[in-house]
Design a protein around this ligand. Structure first.
Ligand SMILES: O=C(O)CNC(=O)c1n[nH]c2ccccc2c1=O
Ligand SMILES: [Fe+2]
Length: 220
């Protein structure tokens, strides 16, 4: 976990070396203070602005056994953003920051491949909101059947997040770690990278406060 990034290339290169090392060693990498306070807040303001404007689609239907009758409740709400239009230029700035890290890391990794992948594209940014009152995401693999996505990058936006009160922990069950798990708190200005395939089953535990995250999936 490393501190504040500034624009200069040396800092970017240091971060890339850590991403490469952690992805090779653990298949998971966490970087704190990714954008710094000011730029992080500009992204958060954009996202909360979209949320109040009702841009987010209705949450995914999740069946919940409530006193053994199947109740369907709405889970996370999402919207897809390419970051090109003016209304989300700060999300656009986040996307290009993540792009530069991934593409630089891809070049720096031995024989120009990070984890034997040659990253050459990505999805749009998926902005997700868990509205609280117990919304969660069941244990899953992002890319179980080789759909091309190889790295998941999740940027978190949650200020003053307290896991004990607010829940919303991301728990990863990395293959080969036996019964050890990686517990990631969705803290503001934190970015998380992990291999999208079956090596990293993961779940979002029930959240009791509005929880925002922006996900990019990188393709090989
Ligand atoms: O927010 C997190 O910490 C982890 N989040 C996830 O793993 C996750 N994974 N796959 C999705 C697919 C569609 C909509 C939301 C999601 C989603 O939040
Ligand atoms: Fe996921």
């Amino acid at each position: 976990v490393i501190e504040e990034t500034s624009g200069d290339q040396a800092v970017i290169d240091d971060m890339c070396r850590i991403v490469i090392r952690d992805m090779d060693q653990f298949g998971v990498c966490v970087v704190d203070n990714f954008l710094g306070y000011k730029r992080g807040m500009s992204v958060l303001d954009e996202v909360t602005g979209m949320y109040t404007k009702g841009v987010f689609k209705d949450g995914q239907l999740v069946s919940n056994k409530v006193k053994n009758d199947l109740k369907t409740i709405r889970g996370d709400q999402i919207t897809w953003i390419d970051g090109k239009d003016d209304s989300c230029k700060n999300i656009g700035m986040l996307i290009s920051q993540v792009d530069s890290i991934i593409l630089r890391a891809n070049k720096m990794a031995n024989n120009g491949k990070i984890g034997r992948y040659n990253i050459n594209g990505r999805t749009k940014a998926m902005v997700a909101c868990y509205p609280g009152h117990g919304t969660h995401y069941v244990k899953h693999v992002d890319n179980p059947n080789r759909d091309g996505r190889c790295i998941t990058a999740i940027y978190y936006l949650n200020r003053d997040w307290n896991i004990q009160q607010n829940g919303g922990l991301l728990r990863i069950f990395p293959e080969g770690w036996q019964d050890k798990v990686a517990d990631i708190e969705p803290f503001f200005d934190r970015i998380l990278f992990f291999w999208s395939d079956r090596r990293n089953p993961h779940e979002v535990q029930p959240a009791f406060k509005t929880r925002y995250a922006i996900t990019l999936w990188y393709f090989d």
